[in-house]
Design a protein around this ligand. Structure first.
Ligand code: FES
Ligand code: FES
Length: 166
């Protein structure tokens, strides 16, 4: 049988990684099965639910729609990396304070997606937050608390910026 494996080298959460993977393996399966980064979840496996959202070369992508092989030479950031770096500490705290998670299955993807919306100098409207997160399904919360949390962090970050805090 033909060998369908391929060698890839990429950076995951700041760590250089070299692995041999099946050419058909999705990025999220590679992260979970090979690197044991299980924070990225698998829901629909068809690009609908957003549970597998990660960043590749700075852009959010569906980890179930991308092959690990496509990330060869690239940079991947997962919820673990964003969390360890403290980049989303305020978002995580806001989700907890506002009960924006229940089972937590959607939460990693939701946080990675929300962080992509929060650009310096911009406070998105609630409508924009809803629109941006519309590809991330949550079966528990009804979304209201999630929008509350993201809106609060957007405002806090802008207040901090205006006040000269980093
Ligand atoms: S598991 Fe990737 S979008 Fe649902
Ligand atoms: S908290 Fe359960 S799916 Fe969102």
């Amino acid at each position: 049988m033909a060998d369908t494996t391929i060698d890839i080298a990429l950076t995951v959460n700041g760590e250089p990684i070299s692995e041999r993977v099946d050419a058909r393996k999705t990025l999220v399966d590679f992260l979970r099965d090979d690197l044991f980064l299980t924070g990225s979840h698998v829901g629909c496996e068809h690009g609908f639910c957003g549970a597998c959202t990660v960043r590749v070369n700075g852009e959010i992508v569906r980890g179930c729609l991308m092959l690990a092989a496509q990330c060869d030479g690239g940079t991947v950031e997962t919820i673990e990396g964003l969390s360890d770096a403290g980049e989303i500490a305020d978002l995580q705290a806001a989700f907890e304070q506002r009960n924006a998670l229940q089972c937590g299955y959607c939460t990693p993807g939701m946080l990675v997606a929300a962080q992509a919306l929060l650009k310096p100098g911009v406070i998105p409207t609630r409508e924009e937050i809803r629109e941006h997160l519309s590809g991330n399904y949550c079966r528990c919360t009804g979304y209201h608390a999630i929008v509350d949390a993201v809106e609060a962090v957007a405002q806090e970050r802008e207040e901090a910026r205006a006040g000269g805090k980093p």
